[in-house]
Design a protein around this ligand. Structure first.
Ligand code: SF4
Length: 193
């Protein structure tokens, strides 16, 4: 979807978007450097302390990188969910602010390398369009972003995912040693420590 497309969604405040499979451990909520800095400031912590307490560095086989994800409680809920509320809501990660939308980036190449980056959106609410699922709320992507304080063009996000993409494309050709993984990890997160 583009910024001007519509999707169907009705929030009934169930909070299930903050709960995942039970079992404890680590969620799939990947944090960018900007997410960590913002949430840490909101909670009055240093980024390093925030990442150490609420985050967990895991190897993501899809990205071929070690990334920081939010931890989850044994009941499957997000570590930041307390009595049904997010303790970092005003500074929640971009993934949460966009839900049920997912923002991805497509990268166009030319002979000189990376030529352009474009945002694209996917909806996790299904089925769409609205009239097929009986949901009467049809929302435009642009309005949803504005309502949830998510910038339409997010420079920090673009830089972050461009860096991830560069590491990822390099990783396809280069055998990934522990040393290379550590370098990639440090490069991505070094500015938060
Ligand atoms: S960070 Fe907040 S909004 Fe996001 S899943 Fe955790 S509790 Fe929910």
């Amino acid at each position: 979807m583009t910024i001007d497309d519509s999707f169907a969604f009705s929030c009934n405040l169930c909070g299930n978007c903050c709960r995942w499979d039970a079992g404890g451990g680590v969620s799939d909520n990947l944090l960018s450097g900007a997410d960590i800095i913002k949430m840490a400031a909101h909670l009055g912590m240093t980024p390093g302390a925030f990442a150490g307490r609420y985050g967990c560095a895991v190897y993501d086989p899809a990205l071929k990188l070690r990334v920081i994800k939010l931890k989850k409680n044994p009941d499957g809920s997000c570590i930041l969910l307390r009595e049904g509320r997010c303790i970092a809501y005003p500074a929640r990660p971009r993934t949460c602010a966009l839900f049920p939308l997912v923002r991805g980036y497509s990268f166009a190449l030319d002979d000189g390398g990376l030529a352009s980056i474009a945002e694209e959106y996917f909806s996790l609410s299904s089925p769409a369009p609205a009239h097929e699922c009986g949901c009467d709320k049809l929302l435009r992507v642009r309005e949803w972003l504005e309502q949830n304080g998510a910038p339409i063009s997010d420079e920090a996000d673009r830089r972050w995912y461009t860096k991830l993409w560069r590491h990822y494309t390099q990783a396809i050709d280069i055998p990934l040693s522990d040393e290379l993984l550590n370098l990639a990890f440090n490069d991505l997160y070094k500015f938060i420590y």
